[in-house]
Write a protein that binds this ligand. Structure first.
Ligand code: S3P
Length: 174
């Protein structure tokens, strides 16, 4: 297993903001799979969904993950909320490093996502219900893929980064 720290969890769980802060505090490099894909494709995730469809985006995620496995070490990597859903990706994530699930209640996810316009899977219709349905499908996957679960409700991104830094990076990594 490689020495990366990988943050998984639902959209709006704070993976990117926590990851950025954790990387800064620990001196590790920071990478976000959505950003990497946007850079490579030179367009926004919502455009990829619109023009090429979700399946094409999922293939891009898996392809990127395989490449990260070959080249990336000692980085903090935040991954898109749907990336761990594909079974082969769960295997790759585990090989890539320590997987941390940033767990948040549906209530706090909804509060953070209700005005969002960038996530194609939540646009149109009843957003709260969409979160509920997706969480039903994904919660068990996040839990089984993770080495550690961090409850994030009540913490700001800085606080979550501190918890990871002290409880996980401080104790597990020698
Ligand atoms: C998705 C989550 C998004 C992005 C895409 C699909 C998902 O990333 O990859 O919109 O399926 O949950 P964030 O979790 O960073 O919002």
């Amino acid at each position: 297993m490689k020495g990366n720290i990988i943050l998984i969890g639902f959209m709006g769980s704070g993976k990117t903001s926590v990851g950025r802060r954790l990387a800064k505090k620990s001196g590790m490099e920071f990478l976000d799979t959505d950003w990497e894909i946007e850079k490579e494709q030179q367009c926004k995730i919502s455009e990829i969904f619109n023009k090429q469809g979700e399946a094409a985006f999922r293939d891009m995620e898996t392809d990127l993950l395989k490449r990260l496995l070959n080249r990336q070490n000692n980085a903090v990597i935040s991954v898109g909320g749907g990336l761990p859903v594909q079974e082969q990706n769960q295997e790759y994530l585990k090989k890539l490093g320590t997987v941390i699930y940033l767990k948040a209640s549906e209530e706090s996810l909804w509060n953070r996502l209700k005005n969002d316009t960038t996530r194609p899977l939540l646009q149109g219709g009843n957003g709260r219900e969409k979160i509920h349905k997706l969480m039903e499908q994904r919660e068990a996957i996040y839990e089984k893929t993770a080495d550690r679960i961090i409850e994030t409700d009540g913490f700001d991104p800085d606080g979550v980064a501190e918890v990871i830094l002290n409880k996980i990076l401080g104790s597990d990594r020698t």
